[in-house]
Design a protein around this ligand. Structure first.
Ligand SMILES: [Zn+2]
Length: 90
């Protein structure tokens, strides 16, 4: 993981912001990286990372893409190790 933490509310586009808020609420981390940021799933760097554009050409399509990719993370919401993943690394 590189870059500083971002908040979903930092994203300039409403539709993308909503998706980021949804996944951040499930323990995903958002970092300043690439064109805008990168979403990291709660099970670690080996699982799912999703690039998030700060200026997508189509807000809705980008939001849906992020949402779909995030849903591939295999860690279920009630996994026992989820409680270990919500902590900050800072
Ligand atoms: Zn995962």
């Amino acid at each position: 993981m590189v870059g500083r933490d971002l908040n979903p509310s930092d994203h300039p586009r409403k539709e993308v912001r909503r998706v980021l808020e949804k996944w951040a609420g499930r323990g995903w981390k958002l970092r300043k990286e690439g064109h805008w940021g990168k979403l990291y799933c709660p099970c670690g760097a080996e699982c799912t990372t999703i690039p998030v554009s700060g200026s997508p050409r189509n807000d809705g399509a980008h939001a849906r893409r992020v949402d779909r990719l995030a849903s591939r993370c295999p860690l279920p919401p009630d996994a026992p190790n989820r409680s270990l993943t919500g902590r900050s690394r800072d």
